[in-house]
Design a protein around this ligand. Structure first.
Ligand code: IMP
Ligand code: MG
Length: 188
């Protein structure tokens, strides 16, 4: 099944919907009777956050944080199947800070994909400076084989192989975020 030409479905919208619902139920169980704040990493996590949050029937608020990696990732325009084109230099910087304090809050940091671990290590450190009551990480996708810095998510949707994926919020040079399925770019 193809999403659009050159793209092959890795995770269908039905698989994603089922797993995201399970993750929401798990979070709701873990934080029963408490308030939480979802902090999404722009822009990739926006779609996942909006679905996940609707499966967590607790008192909740949203915030968003923006980061960018020096080195131009992710725009693997030259070679979508190669690594060098989407590897970052390792330096992450903040492009949009939180709108509210996280002090003494239960924070669920929501990310689309955990790859080298550089981004989440940077963000986790930044959020920890607010001294939240708890800080948990929910990542829809995990590519453990690509890790450069140790990082584990508390809630993981799917562990996937080392391939560049798009859709359900994830982009390729800013495109394909609106695909309902998660797809891999097929080899030419
Ligand atoms: P990390 O810092 O290497 O863990 O990368 C995390 C970020 O890289 C994610 O938030 C994505 O923006 C981007 N990324 C990593 N792998 C992919 C992929 O396969 N498709 C789209 N974006 C990716
Ligand atoms: Mg991202």
């Amino acid at each position: 099944m193809l999403c659009v030409p050159d793209l092959k479905v890795l995770l269908s919208r039905e698989q994603i919907a089922q797993r995201v619902a399970e993750m929401g139920e798990e979070i709701a169980r873990d934080f029963r009777g408490q308030s939480i704040i979802f902090v999404g990493v722009l822009k990739g996590a926006a779609v996942f956050l909006s679905d996940l949050a609707r499966h967590v029937p607790l008192d909740a608020t949203f915030d968003f944080i923006g980061v960018s990696s020096y080195g131009g990732r992710p725009s693997p325009t030259q070679d979508p199947s190669g690594h060098a084109t989407w590897d970052s230099s390792g330096e992450v910087r903040l492009t949009k800070d939180l709108d509210q304090s996280l002090t003494d809050r239960n924070v669920i940091l929501v990310e689309d994909i955990l790859d080298t671990g550089l981004t989440l290590n940077f963000i986790r450190k930044h959020l920890q400076a607010h001294q939240p009551r708890t800080l948990r990480i929910a990542a829809l996708l995990d590519k453990p084989s690509r890790r450069k810095q140790p990082m584990q998510a508390d809630y993981i949707g799917f562990t996937i192989p080392d391939a560049y994926v798009v859709g359900y919020g994830l982009d390729y040079a800013e495109r394909y975020r609106n695909l309902p399925d998660i797809c891999v770019i097929a080899s030419p």
